[in-house]
Ligand binder design. Structure first.
Ligand code: SF4
Length: 139
């Protein structure tokens, strides 16, 4: 099992990713990371540029163009999951914990409701993307 490094708030972003991103190469990279999660890789949580940031046009060295905002997201995810930075586990365990402690109790928006991609996550939460996907596949 290969391990990857993830910013804590990317537990949310990767889980809800559905093809749209900051650039084509970013979206391709996210597709690959999402596929990798199917193999349940080991994850180390770290609050700096990670596997997702690698292909992002907003990455500035080991940080982000919106560093203050993403650090706020990261800290809030760690707090709600009750995990320390550099905590390690596997993808499924962390994603299950994220669902239990954040998504299923409606706390995602308090973390990253001001994100530019919030609408996609809202649709995922409402289940409308799934319905749209089904509808598209029938056309
Ligand atoms: S916006 Fe910032 S935190 Fe998000 S993927 Fe890009 S560099 Fe990483």
């Amino acid at each position: 099992m290969s391990g990857i490094k993830l910013r804590p708030h990317h537990l949310l972003c990767v889980g809800y990713f559905e093809g749209k991103g900051y650039s084509d190469s970013f979206s391709r990279s996210m597709e690959q990371i999402k596929e990798l999660t199917l193999q349940n890789p080991g994850i180390t949580l770290q609050c700096c540029a990670d596997e997702v940031c690698r292909a992002c046009p907003n990455r500035v060295g080991n940080a982000c163009r919106t560093q203050e905002k993403v650090m706020r997201y990261d800290r809030e995810v760690l707090r709600l999951l009750e995990i320390e930075e550099e905590g390690c586990s596997d993808w499924k365990s962390l994603r299950n914990l994220t669902e239990e402690k954040i998504l299923n109790c409606g706390k995602r928006r308090q973390i990253c409701g001001d994100c530019a991609w919030d609408e996609i996550c809202r649709k995922n939460e409402d289940g409308t993307i799934h319905e749209n996907t089904l509808q598209d596949s029938r056309e």
